[in-house]
Write a protein that binds this ligand. Structure first.
Ligand SMILES: *Cc1c(COP(=O)(O)O)cnc(C)c1O
Length: 332
């Protein structure tokens, strides 16, 4: 018995349409890391059908695969840059890449993150380029009050002025919700497409797009005093019913959820007990209807990636992109 990853492509398309309505201009789909773990090809096709015409990935191989899946027409751009491939555009992040470029490019200018992108001071040294978009990336868009947002906005406005007539690409998921001055010709959301809250601390405007179910492959009733799992970190305080499911940290259910994770069974929350192991995780299902073969929901609308990530001490982005390859993926 195998864990199942249900991916709701309709919900992803609905999230994209919602983001486009909020942005009021074109919106791309960022599908790096295999579409945030949910399948770049399947998600790309669904977004294309919804009207999306611009796609970003991180690596050339991802770009080539996406181009093959989507056919000619939509833009496919590679954020990490590369040298030369027909039909997939590089994002130029430095002067060396600019000198090597020989076709259409996107030009990435760093405005305050010191990660990828040319320094503003390097722009005067650029060779002639066929720039289709000038872009930058926000460092703190999920913290609307952070002063770096306004600083980046000001610097990017100056960069845009240096490229008159060239379309601009600015906001990521959270940036779309920053309002005035953070719009552009092309927003680049990733996480929000997949239901991660782009407005942390406020209600999530996005739909949950996945459900990760793992089958119960062992059920046992244990007396008080019984330890569960490696290291015996959890000991039953009362007679308990323990369900062991077929998913563990090798499936991207992080070990940091040991004694902290929360699943859902028959509509009831059930806590992880003991350590998450490689292929298995135990849950306390005392008082909940459970049978061998029942599916326990590790992640879904009732325990969404953001909430589970908070329990694991990470972010929804990392949970999704860590999803392993052992799941059977079911697309709707
Ligand atoms: C990952 C990434 C995005 C998408 O960011 P989200 O926060 O997932 O919306 C956009 N632009 C660049 C340059 C990125 O690296």
């Amino acid at each position: 018995m195998q864990a199942l990853l249900h991916v709701d492509l309709q919900a992803i398309a609905a999230n994209w349409l919602r983001l486009r309505a909020v942005h009021g201009a074109d919106v791309a789909g960022v599908l790096k890391a295999d579409g945030y773990g949910l399948g770049a090809v399947e998600v790309g096709r669904a977004l294309l059908a919804a009207g999306c015409r611009h796609f970003f990935v991180a690596h050339l191989a991802e770009g080539v695969a996406l181009r093959a899946a989507l056919g000619p027409g939509p833009m496919v751009a590679v954020l990490n840059g590369f040298e030369g491939a027909a039909d997939v555009w590089p994002v130029v992040n430095n002067l060396a890449a600019a000198r090597a470029a020989c076709g259409p490019v996107l030009l990435h200018v760093d405005t305050g993150m010191a990660r990828l992108g040319l320094d503003v001071a390097e722009l005067s040294a650029l060779p002639p380029l066929d720039v289709r978009y000038v872009m930058t990336h926000l460092a703190c868009a999920d913290e609307p009050a952070h002063p770096l947002n306004a600083a980046q906005k000001g610097r990017f406005a100056a960069v845009q002025a240096a490229f008159p007539g060239v379309p601009a690409s600015f906001a990521n998921s959270s940036g779309i919700f920053l309002g005035e001055g953070f719009g552009s010709d092309l927003a680049r959301p990733g996480a929000a497409l997949f239901g991660i809250n782009p407005t942390p601390g406020r209600p999530n405007p996005m739909r949950c797009v996945l459900r990760l179910d793992a089958p119960i492959i062992q059920l046992r009733d244990v007396p008080a005093g019984t330890p569960v799992g490696y290291g015996a970190t959890w000991v039953a305080q009362r007679p308990s019913r323990i369900a062991t499911v077929a998913a563990g940290y090798a499936d991207g259910y992080p070990r940091s959820l040991s004694d902290r994770g929360l699943g859902v069974l028959a509509g009831r929350p059930v806590p992880v007990v003991g350590r998450v192991s490689m292929d298995l995780t135990a849950f306390d299902v005392t008082g909940v209807e459970a049978a061998l073969g029942d599916m326990l929901t590790l992640m879904g609308p009732e325990n969404p990636p953001d909430a589970l990530a908070a329990r694991a001490g990470t972010i929804g982005y990392e949970l999704l992109t860590s999803l392993g390859s052992r799941y059977r993926r079911i697309y709707r």
